[in-house]
Write a protein that binds this ligand. Structure first.
Ligand code: SF4
Length: 189
């Protein structure tokens, strides 16, 4: 190895002799990091999405390779967030790919000490049975003076901030149709 090549391995030498005197660019880059490529560079496609975590609704670019999500970045085209994501939104790739992600329905029966896995159809039937039964048992046509109520006080709903506009619209419609009047959202509490 020649002297110049040997000296070039030394960042401060590169800093003093190159066009990067402040050592903020190529002068301070190691050979290892020079070989690195961003996870976004070999994506097959980029899909536009919205961060699922809170009601701000920041725009996301979802990078996909071979059908797998490889990285999620802020979407510069979003008028809301203009390319930015908070730390939680920036980590949403982990929401998709985490090995601890729960992908099945878990149920703990009354007095049970363990979670049981249920198939989705069984879980939905159980929920529907409980809603119908509670509504029947708690339905109020009128108050004690005969004024119309047409409501149930036995069902309430508390939404979370990860619900988007469309989900909230449908939830409000469903619960109002069921006769519930206690319909709230975590974002207001
Ligand atoms: S990136 Fe952060 S602020 Fe934006 S929607 Fe997601 S959680 Fe909310």
């Amino acid at each position: 190895m020649g002297l110049k090549k040997w000296l070039d391995r030394w960042p401060v030498y590169r800093q003093l002799t190159s066009a990067d005197p402040l050592g903020r660019g190529a002068a301070s880059q190691s050979a290892r990091s020079a070989e690195r490529t961003p996870r976004t560079s070999d994506a097959d496609r980029v899909v536009k999405s919205i961060c699922p975590y809170c009601a701000v609704g920041c725009g996301q670019d979802v990078y996909v390779r071979n059908g797998e999500v490889t990285q999620i970045e802020g979407d510069p085209d979003s008028p809301i967030s203009r390319g930015r994501l908070c730390p939680k939104g920036a980590a949403s790739e982990q929401l998709v790919n985490s090995p601890s992600r729960v992908t099945t329905v878990h149920y703990r029966r009354p007095y049970g000490t363990q979670w049981e896995e249920l198939d989705l159809d069984t879980a939905l039937d159980m929920i529907a049975d409980r809603v119908i039964d509670t509504r029947r048992r708690t339905w109020q046509d009128t108050d004690e003076e005969g004024r119309y109520l047409n409501r149930t006080m036995g069902i309430s709903h508390l939404g979370g901030a990860t619900l988007d506009n469309e989900e909230n619209y449908l939830i409000k419609k469903l619960y109002t149709a069921l006769g519930a009047i206690q319909i709230e959202n975590q974002a207001r509490i």
